[in-house]
Write a protein of this length. Structure first.
Length: 98
């Protein structure tokens, strides 16, 4: 007979997290650490950009990456910045011609 109050058995590696795989999403691409902090604010995206791209910073090596894909956000950051600049310039031009 099994104990109904026994915690469920898991096959996690020591120090593992149930929502993170040992090699893939949620693991730092530089040092393979799964210990990171969510980035709340950046110069390129304010408060919205980091949330849109699941931007996190590794506590071990300090590199930043996407916590869902485990890849760099550099191309997404560049596109986000260019689109924001184009919108700002378009608004500036539109308001100056009125």
């Amino acid at each position: 007979m099994t104990n109904p109050y026994q915690p469920p058995q898991t096959n996690l590696p020591p120090g593992g997290h149930p929502n993170r795989l040992s090699s893939g999403p949620g693991v730092c691409p530089s040092c393979q650490s799964d210990d990171y902090n969510e980035v709340k604010f950046t110069w390129w995206g304010g408060m919205l950009g980091p949330r849109m791209f699941n931007h996190v910073k590794c506590k071990g090596c300090g590199s930043t990456f996407n916590s869902k894909s485990g890849k760099s956000n550099n191309s997404a950051i560049a596109i986000y910045s260019v689109v924001g600049l184009v919108i700002a310039l378009g608004a500036l031009i539109m308001f100056n011609t009125m």
